[in-house]
Structures are given as structure tokens and as C-alpha cells.
Design a protein. Sequence first.
Length: 194
Amino acid sequence: MSGSSAALQPPADAGKPIRHPDAPAPGELLGAHYEHCFGCGPGQPHGLHLEVRAGEGVSLTAEFTVRPVHQGAPGLAHGGVLAAALDETLGSLNWLLRTIAVTGRLETDFVRPVPVGATLFFSAEVTAVAGRKIYCTATGRVGGPDGPVAVRADALFIEVKVDHFIDHGRREEIQAAMNDPDQIRRTRAFEVNP
Ligand SMILES: CCCCCCCCCCCC(=O)SCCNC(=O)CCNC(=O)[C@H](O)C(C)(C)COP(=O)(O)OP(=O)(O)OC[C@H]1O[C@@H](n2cnc3c(N)ncnc32)[C@H](O)[C@@H]1OP(=O)(O)O
């Protein structure tokens, strides 16, 4: 089964996404936006350690290898972990727009079981932008970038101001992230470049 709900259909007046002039070049690794992010942070021992590379336009590719800590059924990836990998992949697209945005809605199709040890090869793109709403889609394949589809998702991200994190995040982590000596990560977390 596939196809997304009405909430994920862009309105008729939606525009095409515009790649930010300072977006990383195609093929370049995006790196982690936050040391302790479950999706991409190197400081998260059970995290996904997703590796994301910029693509052409407002698109990217990402890889995630399923480890034993990611199991649901014996020897198989947990569906929630796969959804998290899709969420992180899709969320990374916003760096190519230089927009801070959070997931409002994520609709996932689980097409085939994904065993422990398998690498998922994701490709994702922003399809439309309407005001604060960013529409995007991702596919995850196993066995290689052209392998069979295992998961896919459509999502709606909503642009927010940096205050979203400052107002809602726990103080100690916010403060530590603001003091992060890695300027790129700090910029990704706390600055919006229109
Ligand atoms: C620091 C690192 C950075 C970089 C981070 C990079 C990687 C991030 C990791 C992956 C991403 C995540 O997991 S992010 C974490 C998971 N997500 C969250 O925690 C978000 C929790 N939700 C919220 O905070 C809020 O609901 C918001 C911000 C999404 C929306 O609230 P709001 O700002 O008050 O806006 P609101 O007026 O309600 O909605 C604006 C428009 O969007 C539509 N809209 C809102 N939600 C939905 C929805 N679920 N489904 C359909 N449509 C929706 C509304 O109808 C409206 O349309 P119209 O009337 O204008 O037409």
C-alpha cells in the first residue's frame, strides 16, 4: 500500500523548493547537527549514526546500518527505529534550505522486513514549500542504492524560530549546545539564514 493523506498534499499555490546558495555541494557529508541527536549524533551510543550527503537541488542521500540495539522482532529492525531514520533523513533536507523546521506529520510505509546488519540507502527530496510548510518524501532501499524498496515516507515539516528549542528544550542541553565549539553544528541549531 502507498499514497499519503490529504494533509500531505501540497496546496495548489505551493512553490518549488529553493536550494540555499550556501548549501553543501552535492556529495558533501552534512555531518551531525547535534552531538547527542539519536539520528545522527556521534555521542549517542545506541543512535542511528546516520550519514547524510547533499544531493542536487534540494535532495540528499543517507545511509544507516541496523545494529542489534535496533531490533524489534528477533534479528529484524524495529519499525519505530526505521521511522526515526526516515525522520532524520527528511529533517536533514532543511539544512539545504537553511530553514529550521520540525516534523509535523510523518507517514511511513514499511514494505519489507529489514534484518540486523543490513544497510538502508535513503534518498530524499523536498517536493514543495507553502509558507512555513515544507513537503518532502524519502525512500529507503536495501542491498544498495538501487536495491529493493524497504521503507518509504512522506512528511510535512513546519518552519519554526530558534525559540522553539530554547522555549521547550531542557535548559542544560540547550546551554551545552549553544556552547558547542563546533561552529557548523551551532549554526545549524541556532541560526536561520534566509
Ligand atoms: C535544532 C536542530 C535543527 C536541525 C534539526 C534537523 C534534524 C531534526 C530531526 C528530525 C526532525 C524531528 O524529529 S523534529 C521533532 C519532532 N517534532 C516535534 O517535536 C514537533 C512538535 N509540534 C510542534 O511543536 C507544533 O505542532 C508545530 C511547530 C509543528 C506547529 O505548531 P505552530 O507553530 O503553532 O503552527 P500551526 O499554526 O499549528 O501550524 C502551521 C501550519 O502547519 C499545519 N500543520 C501543523 N501541524 C500539522 C500536522 N501534524 N499535520 C498537518 N498539518 C499541520 C497547520 O495546519 C498550519 O497550516 P496553515 O493553517 O498555515 O495552512
